[in-house]
Design a binder for this molecule. Structure first.
Ligand code: SAH
Ligand code: DHB
Ligand code: MG
Length: 223
């Protein structure tokens, strides 16, 4: 199969299962503002929402906001008393996200922090926040392992850590790749495997955005 066939199936699935005015408005606003179309796909966004609700997630840390598309799906899942803290490097992305989140009616539960995530994370840790129930890592891929290390400090046994875009058209299986992004994908898979406090898997995905996948880990010790 080809990307265009995968995209056609995504269109069918979105039409059938994921139609949603506020998230579609966010994608339109992102495009109008010239943001890159690298949000999670609509079926993936809704999957994050359902997953977070299945696990009773109330506190989310997201690394990489863009226009807040994934953020809306996650913020809906945490409920009125929940909180999402999302870290974004670019002020313009954060501004677009703020408008999208407010338009979607869940802006009050989302704290967008602008800056390099590796600068924002120590500040956040120093606030001794309640542990996050779910961490969604989706920013600069070369720092994925650093972000997983931070996620470990900011979670509790049973928390979920998801790392987006680890498959990269299958390149993750190429040990000889000299692409730093591919090496970082391999490094984070190795870290998830080696870290005794984590139990992890990864799933390949196809769809409108081509062939990619995400890693999924649970912090051990809850059972
Ligand atoms: N999670 C979003 C997509 C995020 S795209 C969604 O699915 O809707 C990746 C984002 O990470 C971009 O907005 C980019 O500006 C941001 N980013 C890149 N490097 C970063 C860094 N060092 N710290 C924080 N954010 C970063
Ligand atoms: C890219 C980043 C993403 O977060 C994504 O989901 C797809 C692509 C990128 O930087 O190319
Ligand atoms: Mg991504």
């Amino acid at each position: 199969m080809t990307t265009s066939e995968w995209a056609e199936v995504d269109r069918y699935l979105v039409e059938s299962l994921v139609q949603d005015a506020d998230t579609e408005a966010a994608l339109a606003a992102n495009a109008a503002a010239g943001l890159p179309a690298i949000d999670v796909s609509p079926p993936q966004g809704k999957f994050l929402n359902l997953l977070a609700r299945s696990a009773g997630v109330r506190r989310v840390l997201e690394i990489g906001t863009l226009g807040g598309y994934s953020t809306i799906w996650l913020a809906r899942a945490v409920g009125e008393k929940g909180q999402v803290i999302t870290l974004e490097f670019q002020q313009q992305h954060a501004d677009v996200a703020r408008e999208n989140l407010d338009r979607a009616g869940i802006g009050a539960r989302v704290d967008i922090r602008v800056g390099a995530a590796l600068d924002s994370l120590p500040v956040l840790a120093a606030e001794h926040p309640e542990p996050f129930d779910l961490v969604f890592i989706d920013a600069d891929k070369v720092n994925n392992s650093n972000y997983v290390q931070w996620a470990l400090r900011l979670t509790r046994p049973g928390s979920i850590i998801i790392v987006d875009n680890v498959v990269r058209n299958g390149a993750v299986a190429d040990a000889s790749s000299d692409d730093p992004v591919i090496q970082a994908s391999r490094d984070v898979i190795e870290l998830l495997a080696a870290e005794p406090t984590l139990d992890a898997t990864a799933l390949q995905t196809v769809g409108a955005k081509g062939w990619d996948g995400f890693a999924y880990a649970i912090v051990n010790g809850a059972d």
